[in-house]
Structure formats: structure tokens, C-alpha cells
Design a protein around this ligand. Structure first.
Ligand code: ATP
Length: 270
């Protein structure tokens, strides 16, 4: 039985390789219950592969992964059903089924895990999730091709939330959104995390997202997680990639923008 302060995700000694190409080597990571953990790293450092390994879609060459205190690797699909029900995933780009409506997409996990659920109830749950992610109720019968990029992300999020998960995986949720749409999506993630008590594993390149909603950030480089901490903790480290990333022009712009927002909300409360 897992204790409350045990990590919700525990990765130890993970190694992933594709032929000669080693993507991860001896990677360790803990994700704490209730946090939003941002996962950053240069392109191709293996952020998505790490996500796929944790959820069992990418069998690693070596290492151990535990989610909710239970091992997820080398197990039959039937043995991990009770674990998989407890997480939701928003894949890069939304990964909606193009031949299904938004409502039908949201019902996919319900059909997978609760085959005998009354179809009327499934449709009601889907309608509720659609509205919960800020989409209009009329989006339910639409097909993905009829939605904007931002709406597709929200529909993907509605599907990820279909089973009221405890743990949410988001792979670059704000990629391709304009800054206002991205900020709105961040706000939605934060508010859902608070109201549903979610833990969030969030892969992003978006510095604004990191500053705005992440409790801690894990940095992937040199085939492993080289550091995990709050942004001020990371900034105190001497690693060239971390310094370049957070202290480069875009990092400084994101810091300045957060400081401006904090000043203006402080002025509003006065
Ligand atoms: N199924 C696969 N077969 C072969 N190589 C793969 C496969 N999946 C990923 N890779 C390789 O593993 C490396 C890491 O890929 P991954 O998609 O995890 O990177 P990432 O950090 O998420 O990148 P980005 O930020 O660009 O999305 C890349 O070099 C990629 O080409």
C-alpha cells in the first residue's frame, strides 16, 4: 500500500534505446503527489519517450517504473487495468480520432474500461467533460476537423479527464496555440489540478507555462534527468543548458512578464 508522501511516479535506472541510439541512460525521476511537474529538455532529449515508458507504451531496455506504488513494466495488460484507469493522457497534437465526434472521442476511455455502462450515461459524462474543459456544449457532436487548434486541445483534455483521473499526462499542450489561448489553457490546467486534486506530468517548451503553473521542473539532458526543482532552484545551478534556457532572452522575457502580472494583480488588490 502506497503512503501519501510516496512519489506518485517513481522511475529508476531507466534506459531507452532505438538500435544504436541511446535516448535515456540510468534516468531517475520522482513525481510528487499533487504537484504540476514541468518536463523540459532540448528537442529529441526523449521527453515523449519518457512519458510513453511511464504509461507502458514504450518498453525500456532496462529500469523500473512504479505508478501509484505499483510496477508498470513487464506486466500483462490485464494486470495494469486498475492503474491505467487512474490516469489520463493528452498526447501531442491531441490525437483525436478523426472519424469520431468530440463526444464519441471522450467516450473512448469509458467504453474501454466500463463496457457495460449505459450509453445514455456515457453521453452525459462526455457532455459534462466537454463543458468542464471550457468548450461550448455544441462542440460535442462536432468532428475534430471542424474545431480550431485550441478547441482540439480542449477536446483531447476532456477525453483525458473522462475517467476522473488522479494523474494527468500532458505532452506539449500549448504548442501551436497563440499566447492568449496558451495562457487560457494553462489557467484551465491549474484550476482543474486544484479542483480535482490532480498530479500533472507536463511536457512543455513553453517558458510561460513553466513560470505560470509548474510547482517544479525536471530537466532532461545528457540522457537523464539532470535536475529537478523550482525555477529559482534550477537557476542557481551552473549547467550550461539550464542557464541558456532560463536565462536566455526568452527566459528573461518570461520572468519579466510574470513579474509584471504579479505587480498588476498586487495593484488590483490594493
Ligand atoms: N518509435 C521510435 N523509433 C525510433 N526512434 C524513436 C522512436 N520514438 C522516438 N525516437 C527517437 O528518440 C528520440 C527522442 O524522441 P522524443 O520524441 O521523446 O523527443 P522529445 O524530447 O519529446 O522531442 P521534442 O521536444 O522535439 O518533441 C528522438 O531522437 C527520436 O527520433
Amino acid at each position: 500500500m502506497a503512503a501519501d508522501n510516496d512519489p506518485i511516479i517513481k522511475v529508476r535506472g531507466l534506459k531507452n534505446a532505438f538500435g544504436e541510439q541511446v535516448v535515456h541512460d540510468n534516468l531517475d525521476l520522482d513525481v510528487r503527489r499533487g504537484e504540476i511537474l514541468g518536463v523540459v529538455g532540448g528537442s529529441g532529449t526523449g521527453k515523449s519517450v519518457l512519458l510513453r515508458s511511464i504509461i507502458g507504451l514504450q518498453p525500456p531496455v532496462a529500469g523500473e517504473v512504479e505508478v501509484f506504488g505499483e510496477p508498470t513494466l513487464d506486466r500483462e495488460e490485464t494486470e495494469t487495468v486498475d492503474i491505467r484507469k487512474r490516469w489520463g493522457v493528452l498526447f501531442q497534437g491531441g490525437a483525436l480520432f478523426s472519424t469520431l465526434t468530440v463526444s464519441e472521442n471522450v467516450q473512448v476511455p469509458l467504453r474501454e474500461f466500463y463496457k457495460d455502462l449505459d450509453p445514455v450515461l456515457m453521453a452525459e459524462i462526455a457532455a459534462y467533460k466537454v463543458v468542464m474543459t471550457g468548450l461550448p456544449a455544441e462542440a460535442g457532436p462536432k468532428y475534430p476537423a471542424e474545431l480550431s487548434g485550441g478547441m482540439k486541445k480542449r477536446a483531447g483534455l476532456a477525453r483525458a479527464l473522462a475517467l476522473d483521473p488522479e494523474l494527468l499526462f500532458l505532452d506539449e499542450p500549448t504548442a501551436g496555440l497563440d499566447p492568449i489561448g496558451a495562457a487560457a489553457f494553462d489557467e484551465l490546467t491549474r484550476s482543474l489540478q486544484r479542483t480535482m486534486g490532480l498530479t500533472v506530468f507536463l511536457i512543455t517548451h513553453d517558458l510561460d507555462t513553466l513560470y505560470a503553473i509548474c510547482d517544479r521542473v525536471a530537466v532532461l539532458a545528457d540522457k537523464r534527468v539532470i535536475a529537478v526543482g523550482t525555477i529559482p532552484e534550477l537557476l542557481a545551478l551552473d549547467h550550461p543548458w539550464i542557464q541558456e534556457y532560463f536565462n536566455g532572452p526568452r527566459g528573461r522575457a518570461a520572468t519579466a512578464s510574470i513579474e509584471r502580472q504579479e505587480r498588476s494583480s498586487a495593484e488590483m488588490v490594493r
